[in-house]
Design a protein around this ligand. Structure first.
Ligand code: FDA
Length: 395
């Protein structure tokens, strides 16, 4: 039986960061992954350029049953810390918008950074390796706490770190392994669902979106008090774009979302302006909403007459509808299209300093498998680095 100080299952963002930190501390670290090709999620992230952090990260950028849980790890490993690593590896980067940092060239550079750091910290990575089962060991003098049956033989370790990620994009290797291990060890889970995901619509609204497929519009999406101002994208299946992905994490099935399609402009003033009174409604709206959108909107929600014909009451209602478009999504596009999984290993059972289970000493959960889910914009990777770093100091 091979014995290790630390076995990490999952060689993704969080698992590799944990391995690097533990390896630097002189721990004998083995990382196992079932994938043939490592770090596929990093490779496809940020449109292939990896939005590797967000310089404005705070705990408020995360959803979790315990909104304070992320604070400690985020404070101890900041975006600047990861940027130092990026700069150490001479990776060129840029800020795209809203504090989102991307590689200039390719996400592969972040993968290379992690693998190089693992090599210099003497971390062993084995893949593809399947872990068939995990068992707690009876107390022993040598201190190992877990044994694993794997396609690479029987392994045992003092600390076991579960870093197998969430359920999104199963075709590149996402599994529920981490959630199953949590259940096996009696560690509670919060409900799971796709997040940062495009939303689908019922037949009538879908038809409307289909005609606008490809059109994008700056807007504010909101659910209760949560608001995001970003772009909305119409697709042939429904609504997407950053504004929708962001609000999808807060949307609950059966509930509505509200869109302000002209957040920076009071359209009622234009609709009631004397100089516009003889123009068609489409022509009054077109400078602000794009001609195609204005046309479809007017056709669906109003009559294409002149403001003078419509009268002030109807004009106010049109303005209200544009600033407060209430839509009830039929559903979402599921894990196949979601960027992340909402929910996971309940943080109530984990130490916010180390990510170790409070009920199962030696068992750690890090990354997306936990109930900590970031907004869109580099926050999920920053969480992976921060909690991987925290666990790496403790395993
Ligand atoms: P991650 O998924 O990275 O790694 C888990 C690892 O576990 C994988 O290597 C997998 O093969 C392995 N594994 C799973 N089951 C296993 C099993 N049974 N046995 C062995 N190994 C197993 N975030 C961000 O901040 N900026 C961005 O630009 C993007 N972009 C983006 C695009 C797309 C398309 C997606 C789907 C997601 C993003 N994200 C993102 C989210 C980000 O990729 C995600 O939150 C992190 O990769 C999570 O890191 P983890 O290490 O927790 O899991």
């Amino acid at each position: 039986m091979q014995s290790w100080d630390v076995i990490i299952i999952g060689a993704g963002a969080a698992g590799l960061m944990c391995a690097i930190e533990a390896g630097k501390r002189g721990r004998k670290v083995l990382v196992l992954d079932h994938a043939t090709k490592l770090c596929e999620k990093i490779r496809i992230s940020g449109g292939g350029r990896c939005n590797f952090t967000n310089i404005h990260t705070t705990a408020a950028d995360f959803l979790s049953n315990n909104r304070h849980f992320a604070k400690s790890a985020l404070a101890r490993y900041t975006p600047r810390d990861f940027l130092d690593l990026v700069e150490k590896h001479s990776i060129k980067w840029h800020e795209k918008t809203l504090g989102q940092l991307f590689c200039d060239t390719s996400a592969q550079e972040i993968i290379n950074l992690l693998l190089e750091e693992c090599r210099s910290a003497s971390v062993t990575i084995k893949h593809p390796v399947t872990v068939k089962n995990v068992r707690p060991l009876p107390k022993q003098a040598s201190g190992e706490k877990f044994s694993l049956e794997s396609s690479d033989g029987t392994l045992c370790c003092h600390s076991l770190v579960i870093a197998t990620g969430g359920l999104s994009i199963p075709k590149i290797g996402a599994t529920d392994f981490g959630h199953r291990i949590a259940k096996q060890f009696g560690v509670p889970l919060t409900p799971l669902r796709p997040a940062l995901v495009p939303l689908t619509l019922d037949a009538a609204d879908k038809e409307f979106c289909k005609t606008l497929s490809g059109v994008s519009q700056n807007c504010i999406t909101s659910v209760k008090k949560q608001k995001f101002q970003e772009n909305l994208l119409f697709t042939h299946r429904g609504l997407s774009g950053p504004a929708i992905l962001q609000i999808s994490s807060y949307w609950e099935p059966g509930k509505s979302i509200t869109l302000n399609l002209l957040p920076d402009h009071n359209i009622e003033a234009d609709l009631t302006a004397a100089e516009n009174s003889k123009k068609t409604l489409t022509n009054v709206l077109a400078p602000f909403l794009s001609k195609r959108f204005a046309q479809e909107w007017v056709e669906r929600y109003a009559q294409n007459r002149t403001p003078a014909d419509l009268g002030s009451k109807k004009l106010r209602k049109i303005a209200e509808d544009i600033h407060n478009w209430v839509i009830t999504p039929a559903g979402d596009e599921g894990y196949a299209k979601a960027e992340v999984t909402l929910g996971g290993v309940d943080t109530k059972d984990l130490s916010s300093a180390t990510m170790e289970s409070k009920t199962q000493p030696g068992l750690f959960f890090i990354g997306e498998v936990m109930d900590v889910t970031g907004h869109l914009g580099g926050f999920n990777f920053q969480w992976a680095w921060a909690c991987g770093h925290a666990a790496g100091q403790a395993v």
